[in-house]
Write a protein that binds this ligand. Structure first.
Ligand code: NAP
Length: 266
């Protein structure tokens, strides 16, 4: 019988990347064959005009209380045209420029606030962390997370700094923050040494990192090095199990608000 060492030495490496490429090549061949034979290409191949028509119908249908556009869109569609077509009254994602504009303006109320940043603020509220007068740093300035998170913190009277990919000395800036919201997409980028003792950290990042001990071969980590950070800060969201579930909860909350508004239900 082979020894353990011999078995280990001869063990096959199961290369998922290679197998996936083989499968994609097989699919390409089959798709060409199908197209040549019956003129059909499988998949969703809607024209932008068709999507706009669907959105228009949903806008007019009182039984539809919220409309979500799954991003990114295929390359042949104009993201701006599609997002702008969603009625502001049903924009439960809160991405419509009018909603973002209202979020940015003093004295204006957006119909909906984007779900992930709204979830971050809701966590701060529900845990009783004061925002007013605090120094807050948002890492990332995307339209869907970083930018609206910064606007929300400002509305709550925090003094807000935004750190992005061109920011110099980000660690020095982050170190001043009482509240850090990170939405970057870089695993463990924010080290414990970047954080002010006692700060509150909301980690939006969801980043897969290889881990052979996990059944899927990877695990999810945040932008903030959790093990280092938790020794320094007063509170931190884990990844997974922090902001992610809040995003879904806020989407439900926005859809409920929309339904109440449409049906004039207090
Ligand atoms: P994104 O559109 O790629 O934006 C990333 C932002 O991070 C950009 O503003 C970029 O700066 C900045 N950035 C990149 N590298 C940086 C660096 N080294 N230092 C400082 N800033 C840097 O990403 P996103 O859609 O906002 O998502 C960010 C993360 O949040 C991802 O991990 C995503 O999976 C996660 N996410 C989680 C949820 C949830 O429900 N928990 C929801 C949405 C997203 P520039 O603007 O200069 O390029």
């Amino acid at each position: 019988m082979a020894s353990e060492a011999e078995v280990a030495a001869s063990a096959k490496i199961i290369d998922g990347k290679m197998v996936a490429k083989e499968i994609r090549d097989e699919i390409t061949t089959e798709v060409s064959r199908m197209k040549d034979a019956i003129g059909v290409v499988p998949g969703e191949d809607s024209a932008e005009t068709e999507v706009l028509k669907f959105i228009s119908d949903f806008n007019d249908d009182p039984a539809v209380h919220g409309i979500l556009v799954q991003l990114p869109l295929p390359k042949h569609m104009n993201e701006q045209n599609i997002l702008n077509a969603v009625s502001i009254e049903k924009d439960v994602d809160g991405f419509h420029p009018l909603n973002i504009g209202r979020l940015a303006m003093r004295g204006r109320e957006p119909s909906f606030v984007p779900c992930t940043p709204k979830g971050c603020i809701e966590l701060l509220h529900r845990y009783g962390f004061q925002i007013k007068g605090k120094k807050a740093v948002v890492i990332g300035r995307s339209n869907i997370v970083g930018m609206p998170a910064a606007l929300l913190l400002q509305r709550e009277d925090a003094t807000v700094t935004i750190v992005h990919s061109r920011t110099q000395n980000p660690e020095q800036i982050v170190k001043e923050a009482d509240i850090v919201i990170s939405a970057v997409g870089q695993p463990d980028m924010v080290r414990g040494t970047w954080l002010k003792p006692g700060a509150v950290v909301i980690d939006v990042g969801i980043n897969p990192v290889e881990d052979a001990t996990c059944p899927r071969g990877y695990r999810l980590v945040g932008d903030v090095c959790y093990e280092e950070a938790r020794k320094v800060v007063s509170a931190i969201t884990p990844v997974p199990g922090g902001v992610g579930p809040m995003t879904i909860a806020m989407l439900l909350s926005n859809t409920l608000s929309s339904a109440k508004r449409i049906h004039n239900f207090q």
